[in-house]
Design a protein around this ligand. Structure first.
Ligand code: TPP
Ligand code: SF4
Ligand code: MG
Length: 291
């Protein structure tokens, strides 16, 4: 296979057959479609199998604590809003340990793209229930079945006013590539929840299980600007899984809400020791070498 500028020789530690490989490939395809360079990209992740992805792609990367990827990405975007930031997170990382950051990033409308590898299980720690595991799912830890209702990320994002929400499936790379391109092009917070079979620890939500349930919203004439229709879709009880753009509507990204960021990215401002002294209320600030 021909090498792309995003390929890198790091040893891959995912299990053969894992849905993460297709997410990685779809991301590379999307970056090539958008004519991006590795230097234009910052990939941010937390802990988990999903969190390993930035190691397998040539780019700038920031790998933080479990559940904290969105907090890091928010800081990086505020520092330099001219860089494309993609967050790779797991269903546990994003909706469990990092749940509050998920809420905050949507409310702030930080202009980043969140890709959640939703395998409905904790993969890295070998198969405990995650927030998206179905009620009653038996695992080696929850041996009588889970007793919490499953978290619905799309319904939550809709309720919080997210402007771009997609549902993907790692088994449809063509659609996923298109979704990633659209999400990166969207000015504001964009998220794609991606169903991704974990072949080692989730023996229920398998590739075949998803394949028999997914349908493409393009074929059903879904109008993604219709909020009520989007809500109906994610609360459907017929056990089918809609994939594609669920909802899209314009909004004002965070860096356009503050004059100081509207003028130029924070990194392009020069250091102003006098202003800092005034703000902090201290007499003298160590001016260092940045004067
Ligand atoms: C604060 C904290 N809690 C728990 C852990 C242990 N831990 C590491 S990865 C993980 C689960 C990862 O699951 P998920 O985010 O769904 O990612 P996956 O491996 O399935 O891609 C847990 C519980 C940790 N590293 N840090
Ligand atoms: S444990 Fe599951 S999610 Fe992790 S690499 Fe293996 S198949 Fe993929
Ligand atoms: Mg997971």
């Amino acid at each position: 296979m021909e090498k792309t500028k995003f390929d890198i020789d790091n040893e891959n530690q995912w299990c053969p057959g894992c849905g993460n490989f297709s997410i990685l490939k779809s991301m590379k395809n999307a970056f090539i479609t958008l004519d991006l360079e590795p230097r234009d990209l910052l990939l941010v992740s937390g802990i988990g199998q999903a969190g390993k992805l930035p190691n397998y792609l040539a780019c700038n990367m920031l790998h933080g604590l479990h559940g904290r990827a969105l907090a890091l990405a928010t800081g990086a975007k505020i520092a330099n809003h001219n860089i494309n930031i993609i967050v790779n997170s797991g269903d546990g990382d994003c909706y469990g340990e990092g749940g509050n950051h998920f809420l905050a990033a949507i409310r702030r409308n930080i202009d980043i793209t969140l890709l959640v590898h939703n395998n409905q299980i904790y993969g890295l720690t070998k198969g405990q229930a995650s927030p998206t595991s179905a009620l009653g799912m038996k695992t080696k830890n929850q041996n009588h079945g889970t007793i919490s209702n499953a978290f619905n990320p799309i319904a939550t994002a809709l309720a919080l006013g997210a402007g771009f929400i997609g549902q993907g499936f790692s088994g449809n790379m063509q659609q996923l590539t298109h979704l990633i391109v659209e999400a990166i092009n969207y000015p504001g917070f964009s998220m794609i929840d991606i169903y991704q079979p974990c072949v080692s620890f989730n023996k229920i939500n398998t590739h075949a299980w998803y394949k028999s349930r997914v349908f493409d919203l393009k074929d059903s004439g879904h109008d993604y600007s219709d909020f009520k229709k989007a809500l109906q879709l994610v609360h459907n009880k017929n056990h089918q899984i809609p994939t594609g753009i669920i909802y899209k509507s314009p909004g004002i990204p965070f860096h356009e809400r503050l004059d100081v960021l509207k003028n130029q990215p924070l990194v392009e401002y020069s250091f102003n020791a006098a202003q800092l002294e005034k703000t902090l209320g201290i007499a003298q600030f160590d001016k260092g070498d940045n004067q």
